[in-house]
Design a protein around this ligand. Structure first.
Ligand SMILES: Cc1ncc(COP(=O)(O)O)c(C=O)c1O
Length: 387
């Protein structure tokens, strides 16, 4: 079965894990520090905290930014549940802004409109979470301008865009967002099994995150008021156990070395899809612009099924019968029963996102997808759409 995404693990990755398993530290050892340093170097961040997964990273981002029940936080409907759930888990009110129909990322013009609407009602938006959907960076310079103008916090849910470029810069994420969150789930660009991190250039935020990820406790003598002795630790805030293990981090460091190579493979696969599918009249491949370099965590196509004699459901089923397991990213979050019931969102609220969802299909893309398998996927798509 060909799936839409999967991990790439080699002998070097396996050896790096075994080395940790034979060492004294399975968790809270040097592997975590090393992975955090490797992330800092690759992404150009001053500070990094590796955590247990990308969902934990988002939760801690909101905690570190002190979101509470009086706050409204905005994100896109086209993202994984965790992005919006992190707002709710912090007790704040989630709201959405529709996507731009070309980039499929949050539309900065509509962000500004929404800020103004809330302001005229005497309300204040606390933060915006942009999502670099599929590997296409958001319009970060516009989002930063809006954040500065209206004093909003800005978070980049960067889970899809490890190695993408914005304005020619691979280290763009921490330059625009106050906090950047990543995930290393197996379908992502690099994996630690489960895992994630928060990147920032803000020392105070990083201090808070490091405290929160391990029960809110510190052993740092400089931060403890009065110590009873060398065993002493102090709990200063209510935190969590969101730590990651050393063997996961060893895998992360080993994978990170190969990220550029993985992304080259993804780009080659995307080029083949772009070229092979451009002649399909009612099928849109991801749109690019000269501000960004896409890194193709996903390869989302838009198919206007109304113009073809096959429905999306039957297209999916037929592809599965050919051994090709497609996916859809994502069901707009405002249409999830929890969000409809608890916050009153409804169909029609974010039309670009809903239109996108109706037409979206994610094609297989991962570094080890063979040319033969990819050509088979393309052949089957053409057969179903032309048949
Ligand atoms: C955009 C986005 N945000 C957050 C997450 C959550 O990451 P994790 O699965 O590591 O908790 C994911 C993972 O699927 C994601 O795609």
């Amino acid at each position: 079965m060909i799936s839409y995404g999967k991990q790439t693990i080699d002998q070097e990755d396996i050896d790096s894990i075994l080395e940790v398993l034979r060492s004294d530290w399975l968790t809270q050892g040097p592997g975590v520090d090393k992975f955090e340093m490797d992330l800092r170097n690759y992404f150009g961040a001053n500070f990094t905290s590796a955590v247990s997964n990308g969902t934990a990273a988002l939760h801690l981002a909101g905690k570190a930014l002190s979101w509470n029940q009086d706050d409204i936080v905005i994100t896109t409907p086209i993202t994984f549940l965790s992005t919006a759930n992190s707002i709710v888990h912090n007790g704040s009110r989630p709201d959405f802004v529709d996507i731009c129909p070309k980039s499929y990322t949050i539309d900065p013009n509509q962000v500004e409109e929404k800020v103004k609407i809330y302001r005229s009602a005497g309300k204040h938006i606390k933060a915006v979470i942009g999502v670099d959907y599929a590997g296409h960076p958001c319009d970060w310079s516009s989002l930063r301008q809006i954040a500065d103008k209206y004093e909003l916090q800005l978070i980049n849910d960067n889970c899809h865009a490890l190695g993408a470029s914005y304005l020619g810069d691979k280290q763009y994420a921490v330059k625009y967002a106050d906090l950047v969150t990543q995930s290393y789930h197996p379908v992502k660009h690099i994996t630690t099994g489960e895992g994630g991190a928060i990147l920032t250039n803000d020392l105070q935020l990083d201090d808070k995150i490091k405290l929160l990820r391990t029960h809110g406790m510190t052993k740092n003598p400089e931060k403890i008021e009065k110590s009873d002795g060398p065993w002493f630790y102090e709990m200063q805030v209510l935190g969590f156990n969101y730590r990651i293990t050393d063997f996961q981090c060893a895998l992360g460091s080993s994978q990170l070395k190969k990220l550029d190579h993985f992304n080259k493979k993804r780009k080659n696969i995307a080029d083949v899809y772009n070229d092979s599918l451009k002649s399909a009249e009612f099928l849109k491949t991801p749109q690019l612009n000269d501000k960004i370099e896409h890194c193709y965590h996903l390869y989302p196509i838009q198919v206007d099924f109304k113009k073809y004699s096959i429905s999306k459901i039957n297209f999916f089923k037929c592809m599965k019968s050919y051994g090709i397991n497609l996916q859809v990213h994502y069901i707009p979050i405002h249409l999830q029963p929890y969000y409809k019931t608890k916050f009153g969102f409804k169909a029609g609220d974010f039309p670009n996102s809903e239109y996108f969802y109706n037409n979206e299909i994610s094609l297989p893309i991962y570094p080890t997808l063979s040319k033969n398998d990819q050509m088979n996927v393309i052949k089957k798509i053409k057969k179903l759409l032309n048949g």
